[in-house]
Design a protein around this ligand. Structure first.
Ligand code: FMN
Length: 400
C-alpha cells in the first residue's frame, strides 16, 4: 500500500513525511517534522511536479508508480533544485528514462552539477510564460528567481487553476492526515510555524517574493500546492495577505518582542518587568525570549510579527552576550527592516553592550533605536523604575 492522496480527479499528492528530522537545513529545529511534497497530474500526458529528499526515494518512487497506475511518466517538472526536492530526480529518470525534464535554464546547469545522467537529451528549458499542454490541462511557467534559490520557477495549471508554488506558501511540520489547510482547526499553531519557515528560509528575499506575488495577482488561483506542508483551496486571500506583509517587512501586529541574554537572572528580571509594564499599557501578544534557551529562528519569526523589539543583554567579556550577538547578526542577515528597537544593557564594571548592539542595528535598514535605553549595574534598583517606565512609554508610543 502507498500513502498517496487524491487532491482532485486528476491530481495526486505523492510526497512523504519526515518526522525523524531534527534540524531542517541542518539549522532549524522542526519538532513537528517536515513534509516533502510532490504531485502527479494525470491527463493524456502525465506530469510529476518535483521530487523529495534522498532519504525517502524508495517510498517516493512507489508512490509515483502507484499514482501513475501503470502509465509512463511524460514530464518531470522541476520547480526548485534544492536537494530536499531534487534529490530523487536521477532515480525517477532511471525508472522513467523517456521522461522530459521541464525546468529553467539555470536549473539545467544545477542538475548537471548535482547529477551525472544525460540531461541535454531530456531537458526542456522554459522561460516566463512558456506553456506545455498535457491534454485538457495546460501548464504555464512563471519565473520566481530568489524565491529561495536563483533557478526557482512556479507552475500554473490553467484548467483547474492550481499554482504549484515551490517553497512559497510552505511551512515546517509534517502533514498529519489533513492535507488541506481548511481541515486544520488550529490555524494559529500552523501560522506560527509557517511564519518561522517563511522568515527564516525565504525572509531575506522579500523583494523577490513581492515580484512573485505581483505575478500571482494576475492569475485566478483556486488551489496552492507548495513543496512543504498543507495545500490551500480556501482562505487564499488570508494566506496571501500574510505573505504580502512578511515580504514587505510590515509588522503583522502592533506588539513587542523582548529578547534577553542573562547569566545570573538580573537582566532577565528587567525584561520581565518591562514586559509587564508594556502589558499594563494595553499592549497584547507580547513575547519574551531567553536567547540562550530559544533557537534564533523562533525569535526572528516574532521579530517579523511585531513592530518593536527589545534587546536586553549583559556585557560579556567586553562584548555583547554571545547568543544575543548571534541573534542580532541573524536578524541583520535576514534583512529585517522597518522596526523600532529598544535597548537594555547590564554591566558589573563597564557596560558596553547598548553601544555595540546599536552598531549592529545601525547596519540594518530603517531600524529606529529609541533613545531612552536603560543601563543596569549588576542588578536593577528601585530607583530605576522611572527609567523602565520611560522606556515602556517610548515603546508604547512607537506603536501608535
Ligand atoms: C563571563 C562573564 C563576563 C562578563 N564580562 C563583563 C564585562 O566585560 N563587563 C562588565 O561590565 N560586566 C561583565 N559581566 C557582568 C555582566 O555584564 C552582568 O552585569 C552580570 O552577569 C549580571 O547580570 P545577569 O544577572 O543578567 O547575568 C560579565 C559576566 C560574566 C558571567
Amino acid at each position: 500500500m502507498n500513502n498517496i492522496r487524491k487532491l482532485t480527479d486528476s491530481l495526486f499528492w505523492v510526497g512523504v513525511n519526515d518526522r525523524r528530522i531534527a534540524l531542517f537545513e541542518n539549522v532549524y529545529p522542526v519538532p513537528t517534522g517536515m513534509s516533502y511534497n510532490s504531485y502527479v497530474l494525470l491527463d493524456e500526458k502525465t506530469a510529476l511536479f518535483d521530487t523529495v529528499d534522498a532519504s525517502f526515494t524508495h517510498d517516493f518512487l512507489e508512490n509515483v508508480t502507484a499514482a501513475l497506475k501503470g502509465r509512463t511518466l511524460d514530464y518531470l517538472i522541476v520547480n526548485h533544485m534544492e536537494p530536499d526536492h531534487c534529490a530523487s530526480i536521477a532515480d525517477v529518470i532511471a525508472v522513467y528514462p523517456e521522461a522530459k525534464i521541464v525546468c529553467t535554464a539555470k536549473a539545467v546547469g544545477m542538475m548537471k552539477q548535482f547529477f551525472d545522467f544525460d540531461m541535454d537529451s531530456r531537458a526542456i528549458p522554459v522561460k516566463e510564460g512558456d506553456t506545455i499542454s498535457l491534454g485538457s490541462h495546460e501548464l504555464t511557467f512563471v519565473m520566481a528567481p530568489m524565491v529561495h534559490w536563483p533557478e526557482v520557477m512556479v507552475t500554473y495549471e490553467k484548467t483547474e487553476k492550481i499554482l504549484f508554488s515551490a517553497d512559497a506558501f510552505g511551512s515546517f511540520g509534517a502533514v498529519d492526515g489533513n492535507i488541506f489547510a481548511d481541515e486544520i482547526d488550529d490555524k494559529v499553531a500552523w501560522l506560527s510555524e509557517a511564519r518561522r519557515y517563511y522568515t527564516n528560509i525565504v525572509g531575506k528575499f522579500g523583494m523577490s517574493v513581492q515580484g512573485l506575488l505581483k505575478k500571482a495577482a494576475g492569475l485566478e488561483i483556486r488551489m496552492i500546492c507548495p513543496l512543504h506542508s498543507v495545500i490551500w483551496r480556501e482562505d487564499l486571500p488570508w494566506l496571501i495577505d500574510k505573505y504580502l506583509k512578511w515580504s514587505s517587512y510590515t509588522p503583522e501586529e502592533k506588539s513587542v518582542t523582548i529578547a534577553y541574554g542573562s547569566v545570573y537572572g538580573h537582566t532577565e528580571k528587567a525584561a520581565d518587568i518591562l514586559a509587564g509594564k508594556l502589558a499594563d499599557r494595553g499592549i497584547r501578544h507580547i513575547s519574551v525570549f531567553d536567547v540562550s534557551k530559544t533557537h534564533p529562528s523562533y525569535i526572528i519569526a516574532d521579530a517579523f510579527r511585531t513592530s518593536a523589539i527589545v534587546f536586553a543583554s549583559i556585557t560579556y567579556n567586553g562584548g555583547i552576550f554571545c547568543n544575543m550577538d548571534t541573534l542580532l547578526h541573524q536578524l541583520a542577515a535576514h534583512g529585517l527592516t522597518n522596526r523600532t528597537a529598544a535597548l537594555i544593557q547590564n554591566g558589573t564594571w563597564a557596560a558596553t553592550t547598548s553601544k555595540q548592539m546599536g552598531e549592529i542595528l545601525g547596519t540594518m535598514k530603517n531600524i529606529h533605536v529609541l533613545e531612552s535605553d536603560v543601563t543596569i549595574k549588576s542588578a536593577l534598583k528601585d530607583n530605576q523604575e522611572a527609567e523602565l517606565d520611560a522606556l515602556a512609554d517610548a515603546i508604547a508610543a512607537s506603536l501608535q
